[in-house]
Unconditional design. Sequence first.
Length: 87
Amino acid sequence: MGRMVRKQIVMEPALEEALERHAREMGISQSQLVSRALQRYLEEDDSREKRMAAWREVEKIMRGEGPDGKVGGQMPWTREELHERGR
């Protein structure tokens, strides 16, 4: 593991109790649990952004915009080609 950085956080007592309990149940330190939770949150956030970017591309296609942003462009595939790919 690389260099670690110490951080101080503030939380409500109920959250502190839950943190203590979960860390104890998992057999890891509270610091490790916070780090894992933050890592998972950031990965999910990154994944969500990728999904949103993909959806924006779908919306562009639905509006008839080509890759250059112009409306009315021809699709680089035919309906038949899409059906063939799905087989």
